[in-house]
Design a protein around this ligand. Structure first.
Ligand SMILES: Cc1ncc(C[n+]2csc(CCOP(=O)(O)OP(=O)(O)O)c2C)c(N)n1
Length: 396
């Protein structure tokens, strides 16, 4: 069943595989992830989404010399499987078992003990600067999701890294999801960038067509070339990343190993900060998770066929909190709820359904979530603090 997987004990073994074998390995890894998480519980959808991305990263870069920083770290299972911890993954969420997040004490392939989101670019930039001071030349790669990119710290780090001229690679794993659907202006920007592929394709088709038209064809193409940059500015907002100092590469299909390897290979010869935009599907390869990525983000043990969780449902703290809040809010329309991308985790799902106009998901932005409440009256403030407080206590 796991014919190839059992032969991979480190990235060197992986590098020996050809493309077809890597594709087969991706399939086996997905089966293995399902087997483990359905028994033990864990973060499933995010890991299913980064299988090819992780294979391509470990095929092109040379870890542990090259440093990969996984933002949040909940998507590091595949990385663990490929870096000698395949068997240990069976102890996930067991007493004394393997961590579900990168742990420096666990492996030389893990570079930072994560958990909080939006930290990876800062960490990577620090490592890149230390490397430069030590006159070393390893690569430093931050892998950050589009959800985590909404966190303020990520923007602060992009701002610093963009002007630094330091060699650093930021891989943006864009699956359009945080735990729930991603929200705000940055996801909207990324959606616009995704149309680039369509734009480039149609642009080339038009060019080919006019080049064939006698006499007037070539001048039209030339004229188009002159205005191209301004059109590009208007149509392709990837200029945002370029304007703040990054070389932008992509968007690339995050489930195509060959394309990913090509772009990672290319990135090694570019100086300065690079942002590679990778499009992935959360829950990829397991229909139920593709359809309900939020349910399968973090899940307790479940039946693979039906997707039904096996644990007995108890009324936990967040459920109690959510119910009470709905109850209070039905009687007092001044009550609002603010969450930092944790609608489900903080028990606010029902509130959001019942009072959509009084529900605010502000993205992974806890500081901002607390502060937008500055017009507060007492009860509003309490509501907000409960929600934020809960994030910090039951975050992962
Ligand atoms: C500061 C902080 N707030 C909230 C969380 C809870 N959390 C864990 S993963 C996640 C969503 C991350 O989305 P994204 O970065 O897009 O990764 P994906 O799971 O979609 O691959 C959230 C909100 C956290 N880990 N840290």
């Amino acid at each position: 069943m796991y014919e190839l997987l059992y032969k991979i004990n480190n990235p060197t073994d992986l590098k020996k595989l050809n493309l077809l074998e890597k594709q087969k390995l991706a399939k086996e890894i997905r089966e293995y992830l399902l087997e483990i998480v359905s028994k033990n519980g864990g973060h499933l959808a995010s890991n299913l989404g980064v299988v090819e991305l992780t294979i391509a990263l470990h095929s092109i870069f040379n870890c542990p010399e090259d440093k990969i920083i996984w933002d949040v770290g909940h998507q590091s299972y595949v990385h663990k499987i490929l870096t000698g911890r395949r068997k240990k993954m069976k102890t996930l969420r067991k007493m004394g078992g393997i961590s579900g997040f990168p742990k420096t004490s666990e492996s030389e392939y893990d570079n930072f003990d994560t958990g909080h989101s939006s930290t990876s670019i800062s960490v990577a930039l620090g490592m890149a600067r230390a490397r430069d001071l030590l006159k070393q030349n390893n690569k430093v790669i931050a892998v950050i999701g589009d959800g985590s990119l909404t966190g303020g710290m990520a923007t602060e780090a992009l701002n610093d890294a963009g002007s630094s001229k330091t060699n650093i690679i930021v891989i943006l794993n864009d699956n359009e999801m945080s735990i729930s659907k991603n929200v705000g202006g940055i996801p909207a920007l990324l959606t616009k960038i995704r149309i680039k592929k369509t734009y480039t394709r149609s642009n080339n088709c038009i060019k080919r067509f006019f080049n064939k038209v006698p006499i007037i064809g070539k001048p039209i193409v030339n004229l188009a070339h002159i205005v191209k940059r301004s059109i590009k500015q208007a149509v392709i907002p990837n200029m945002y990343f370029e304007d703040i100092g990054f070389t932008y590469l992509g968007p690339v299909d995050g489930h195509n190993i060959q394309e990913l390897e090509n772009i990672f290979y290319k990135s090694q010869n570019i100086e300065g900060p690079i942002l590679i935009h990778v499009i992935t599907k959360k829950g990829k390869g397991y229909n139920l998770a593709e359809e309900n990525p939020d349910k399968f983000h973090g899940i307790s043990s479940f039946d693979i066929k039906t997707g039904k969780t096996k644990s007995v449902k108890v009324k936990d703290y967040s459920k109690q909190f959510g119910e009470k809040l709905v109850n209070l809010a039905s009687k007092d329309e001044k009550i609002v709820a603010v969450t930092a991308a944790m609608k489900d985790g903080t028990g606010l799902k029902e509130f959001a359904n019942k009072f959509p106009n009084r529900f605010f998901d502000v993205g992974i932005a806890e500081q901002h979530a607390v502060r937008i409440n500055c017009w507060n009256v007492c009860i509003r403030f309490k509501t907000c603090i409960c929600s934020i407080f809960f994030i910090f206590t039951k975050r992962v």
